[in-house]
Design a protein around this ligand. Structure first.
Ligand code: DGL
Length: 269
C-alpha cells in the first residue's frame, strides 16, 4: 500500500482527460496535476526543447513526494520518455506502449491509423511499437496540428462546421486506406471522439491513450503493491499560466469545476 500521490503532467489541459480516466479506474489514488499552460503547444517543438520542458515538468512534480509519474502528453511520451526513465528512480508511464498494445489487440485486420501532433508523428514512436508487437501490421500516421487549438478553444462538438471540416480533411487518407483501428495519439483528442467517429464510421475502433495509460498505471501499482488504500490528499492542480478562461476549459476536460489552481514558475525548475 502506498498513499503517496501520482504526478501527472501535460503540455496543457489535455492531460486532464487522463486524470478523468485515472479517477474512474483508480478512484482511491491521490493526484498532483501539472499543465504547462505557458508553453503549450508542445506539438511543433524540436526534440531538444521538448526534453528541456519535460525535465522541468518532472523536476517540478518531484518536488512533491510522489510514487509514480504519468506523462499524459503524447508529444513528451514519444520524444523524451527514454531519457526521463533513465534519469529518474520512480515509475514513469507514457501513453505510447499501452495505446499500441490495445490497438494491436482490438484491430481485426491489422490496419492501424495514428493521429497525433507533428512531433509525435515525426518521432515514429507509435509505428515502432505497433510493428514490434505486430510486424505485419500496416500503420498509417497523420499529424493533425489544428486539432489542439480547436479543442482548447472549445471547437470540438458534433455539428461545429469548422472542426468537422478540418476532421474530414485530416482523416480522409486514413479512411480511404481502410484503417480498422485509430489511435487518438494526443491527450486532447478524446474530446473529438464524436466528430472523429462520425467521419471514420462505426466500424473503426478508437483508442483513447489516456484511458489506456490509466489501465497500465493500475497494472504497475498492483504489481508493486503500491495501490492507495484511501483517498487522503485528493487532487491538486498546478499550471504555469492561469488565464481567465482556465476553469471553463478545465471543466470541459474534467466534467467538473477545479476549485483552485496553483501557479508555477516552471522555468525555475
Ligand atoms: N497534449 C499534447 C499531446 O498529447 C498535445 C498538445 C501540444 O501540442 O502540446 O501531444
Amino acid at each position: 500500500m502506498d498513499n503517496r500521490p501520482i504526478g501527472v503532467f501535460d503540455s496543457g489541459l489535455g492531460g486532464l482527460t487522463a486524470v478523468s480516466e485515472i479517477r474512474r479506474i483508480l478512484p482511491s489514488e491521490n493526484i498532483i496535476y501539472f499543465g504547462d499552460t505557458s508553453r503549450v503547444p508542445y506539438g511543433g517543438r524540436s526534440r531538444e526543447t521538448l526534453l528541456k520542458y519535460a525535465r522541468q515538468d518532472v523536476r517540478f512534480l518531484r518536488s512533491f513526494d510522489i510514487k509514480a509519474i504519468v506523462v499524459a502528453c503524447g508529444t513528451v511520451s514519444t520524444n523524451a520518455l527514454t531519457e526521463l526513465r533513465q534519469e529518474n528512480d520512480l515509475p514513469i508511464l507514457g501513453v505510447v506502449d499501452p495505446a499500441c498494445a490495445r490497438a494491436v489487440k482490438v484491430s481485426k485486420g491489422g490496419r492501424i491509423g495514428l493521429i497525433a501532433t507533428a512531433a509525435s508523428v515525426r518521432s515514429g514512436a507509435y509505428e515502432r511499437q505497433i510493428l514490434a508487437l505486430k510486424p505485419d501490421a500496416a500503420v498509417l500516421s497523420k499529424p493533425c496540428p489544428l486539432f489542439v487549438p480547436l479543442v482548447e478553444n472549445g471547437r470540438y462538438h458534433r455539428g461545429d462546421v469548422v472542426v468537422e471540416t478540418v476532421a474530414r480533411e485530416y482523416l480522409a487518407p486514413l479512411k480511404d486506406a481502410g484503417v480498422d483501428t485509430l489511435i487518438l495519439g494526443c491527450t486532447h483528442y478524446p474530446l473529438l471522439t464524436d466528430v472523429i467517429a462520425d467521419v471514420m464510421g462505426s466500424g473503426v475502433a478508437l483508442i483513447n491513450t489516456g484511458g489506456e495509460a490509466a489501465w497500465e498505471l493500475k497494472r504497475t501499482l498492483t504489481a508493486s503493491g503500491a495501490l492507495a488504500q484511501e483517498r487522503q490528499g485528493g487532487e491538486a492542480f498546478y499550471a504555469s499560466d492561469i488565464s481567465g478562461d482556465f476553469s471553463a476549459i478545465a471543466r470541459e476536460f474534467l466534467h467538473e469545476d477545479i476549485p483552485h489552481v496553483h501557479s508555477v514558475e516552471i522555468e525555475r525548475y
